[in-house]
Unconditional design. Structure first.
Length: 209
């Protein structure tokens, strides 16, 4: 089903949202660990026909999904940040996919470029972490204490939080986390001035580094 949904570019963009992409990446990498991990394609299931278990087809679908997201920066970054990711796992996935001839030549070429792109993303993340270590408190999400990527204003309490934080919260609780007033996603507003200040601060840090 996930493979089918990703044939639609608009739906694929939804999976790249900050509140969705980490879950997608962790799910894909976790399953890959089971399929091409230490036991590789030797994974066995009793009565596979009962469970519709076909590991090669599953691997083909997973690799097709990986290829479809390979050029997306958000996907590369989330792969680099995932606890399930390892260069060995992905390299083995690419080799297994190629050996079994699971993808078209074009898709295989795209997938083959993913490991190096993730490694580049990992280096950039490390560089950014060094820059953000002394970020002003106003740039930090007051709930998660992390540097905000997309600060938004909550009109119900007057607080500013990261969009991903409040989106995750509102999926389970339709109230402002600061004062419990009713709050919906369409009520939040982008904090453009703070965003501008954050971008200027990062630019000056990079220039001085």
């Amino acid at each position: 089903m996930l493979g089918y949904l990703n044939t639609d570019s608009d739906i694929r963009r939804l999976f790249l949202l900050e509140e969705m992409c980490p879950r997608l990446v962790n799910m894909l990498l976790h399953v890959l660990t089971k399929l091409v991990g230490s036991k590789g394609m030797d994974l066995k299931v009793d009565n596979p026909e009962v469970y519709n278990f076909r590991p090669k087809e599953m691997l083909r679908d997973l690799c097709s999904i990986l290829a479809s997201f390979t050029d997306e920066k958000e996907f590369q970054v989330n792969c680099a940040q995932s606890g399930y990711y390892s260069s060995e796992l992905l390299e083995k996935t690419v080799k297994t996919c190629s050996k079994l001839n699971l993808l078209s030549e074009v898709s295989m070429k795209v997938l083959n470029s993913l490991p190096s792109k993730i490694e580049v993303a990992a280096r950039l993340i490390k560089d950014d972490e060094a820059i953000l270590v002394d970020a002003p408190e106003e740039f930090l999400d007051p709930l998660m204490f992390t540097f905000m990527k997309d600060p938004v204003y909550l009109p119900t309490s007057g607080n500013i939080v990261d969009r991903s934080t409040i989106t995750q919260h509102l999926l389970n609780d339709a109230h402002d986390p600061f004062n419990r007033k009713d709050l919906t996603l369409d009520m939040i507003e982008p904090s453009l001035e703070l965003k501008r200040k954050m971008e200027e601060w990062i630019s000056s840090k990079r220039a001085s580094g």
